[in-house]
Ligand binder design. Structure first.
Ligand code: NAD
Length: 476
């Protein structure tokens, strides 16, 4: 772990193992951080915020450090991607793409660091001068999941650092190794000690201690709704600012006038590319009744040819599930769907062939005949399981799409300009893709409506999530 610029182990000397999802074998050992370790890290971050060189650094220099870091990440992209694939089993091609994209966040927010401008405003108090200045919130606790460990941490880190905060990261217990390699680069870039710290360990131990710690001013959480609820309860004790990026059950709507070939590819990348393990997975497919059967047939045909295998190989289309509990949960949901009466049109099993049976694989699975009230249509599986439903009218499609407790994302495929303009307005989701799916950018706000979270990451406005506005009145 990295605390106050020192690499260290837990004060309890306890360790835990992380396993490779491709073969189920342990491959690394990490310190099991506890509340004492979190306390040390938070105090180091607090000291760096209040009195270290970071607190006195001019904003342009903070930006310059972030540019230097971006260059180092570019140089180390391959190594970082390899570590993530080993930890979470996602395809190398996807993780490498993420590593090559991450530098943009540091360049974008590094560029904003010295453009955080206050304002002198008119005021109804005679000759008084009133101005607004923006100041960093203080110590940020970043609690992150295993599916895209670095990318989702960077969505928090880059704006937090640009704004002048210090950070304590608690990465997922299932995928922490890349984070430790990543933090070596901060040292190399020249960030002062204590500005970024990491405590590895479990959610109910290190994570809970971070969410509760009175010297943490803001929590930025990405994970499940269960975790998000626990974190926001703990943070409420000391009224911390909280942002939550949670799960989804995102609808993917295929209208009759869609380019069906492109839509099939979009649906596949939306749910199967990362074996369903993305928050924005298009896990509910709504297809117009006139094209339902032929569209499902195309989809099944295409996915029947998908190659499961080593996530490091260029020829693999679908990798394993990242963790053993997640594998069990996915198989359980497949059982639930069957018992609810959904029809399994493809997959539905854990493969037992050589080369796959030791890993945590689930066949790409497609259920038809799903009713939106079934659990398989309402609850997040976070695995390669697609639920297909029919609709007749646009109103029905919109009603079905919105009939979910979640509101993270939605996709639609249509060649009608009218639909492309009017349907996104009617969908209750933080991101809507038209004739595309799973596109994100450092320039575009990302976050959820309803139970998918609170707050937005990415885009210019995200930097204000890490700033406090201060009103100053001067009586001349
Ligand atoms: P999780 O909630 O189990 O864990 C996320 C993090 O929270 C981990 O670091 C974990 O250790 C920590 N944690 C767990 N319990 C805690 C507690 N009581 N106090 C403090 N910290 C605690 O989620 P996961 O399984 O790692 O990730 C998958 C989930 O994340 C899915 O629901 C997915 O939809 C969601 N997700 C959301 C986004 C988004 O941007 N909206 C992105 C990726 C993943």
């Amino acid at each position: 772990m990295l605390i106050g610029g020192e690499w260290c182990v837990s004060s309890s000397s306890a360790w835990f193992e992380t396993k490779d999802p491709y073969n189920g074998k342990p491959w690394a050992r990490l310190p099991r951080g506890n509340a004492d370790d979190v306390d040390r890290a938070v105090r180091a971050a607090h000291a760096a915020f209040t009195s270290g060189p970071w607190s006195k650094m001019i904003a342009s220099d903070r930006g310059r450090l972030m540019y230097r870091l971006a260059d180092l990440i570019e140089q180390n992209a391959e190594r970082l991607a390899d570590l993530e694939v080993r930890d979470n089993g996602k395809l190398k091609v996807e993780m490498l793409g993420q590593m090559r994209y991450i530098p943009r966040w540091f360049q974008y927010y590094g560029g904003l660091a010295d453009k955080i401008e206050g304002a002198v405003t008119p005021i109804d108090k005679g000759d008084m001068l009133h101005y607004i200045r923006y100041e960093p919130v203080g110590v940020v606790g970043a609690i992150t999941p295993w599916n895209s460990p670095l990318l989702l941490t960077v969505w928090k880190l880059a704006p937090a650092l640009a704004a002048g905060n210090t950070v304590v990261i608690k990465p997922s217990e299932h995928a922490s190794v890349s984070m430790l390699a990543f933090l070596e680069l901060f040292e190399e870039a020249g960030f002062p000690p204590g500005v970024v710290n990491v405590v590895t360990g479990f959610g109910h131990e290190a994570g809970a201690a971070l969410a509760e710690h009175p010297l943490v001013d803001r929590i930025a959480f990405t994970g499940s709704d269960v975790g998000g609820r626990l974190v926001s309860r703990a943070a409420a004790e000391s009224f911390k600012r909280v942002s939550l990026e949670l799960g989804g059950k995102s609808p993917h709507i295929i209208f009759e006038d869609a380019d069906l070939e492109a839509a099939v590819k979009g649906v596949i990348s939306g749910i199967f590319a990362a074996a369903g393990q993305t928050c924005m997975a298009g896990s509910r497919l709504l297809v117009h009744e006139n094209i339902h059967d032929s569209f499902v047939e195309k989809l099944v045909e295409r996915m029947r040819q998908a190659r499961l295998g080593d996530p490091r190989s260029d020829t693999t289309d679908v990798g394993p599930i990242a963790t053993e509990p997640q594998l069990a949960k996915t198989l359980e949901y497949i059982q639930i769907a069957r018992s609810e009466g959904a029809v399994c049109a493809l997959g539905g099993r854990r493969p037992d062939t050589d080369g796959l049976k030791d890993g945590w694989f689930v066949e790409p699975t497609i259920f038809t005949g799903v009713d939106n009230s079934m659990r398989i249509a309402r609850e997040e599986v976070f695995g390669p399981v697609l639920s297909v439903m029919k609709f007749r009218t646009d109103d029905e499609a919109v009603a079905l799409a919105n009939d979910t407790p979640y509101g993270l994302a939605a996709g639609l495929w249509s060649q009608s300009l009218e639909r492309a303009i009017t349907i996104p307005r009617r969908l209750r989701a933080g991101t809507v893709w038209v004739n595309a799916y799973r596109v994100v950018s450092y320039m575009a706000p990302f976050g959820g409506f309803k139970s998918s979270g609170i707050g937005r990451e990415n885009g210019k406005a995200a930097i204000y999530e890490y700033l406090e506005a201060k009103s100053v009145f001067i009586n001349p």
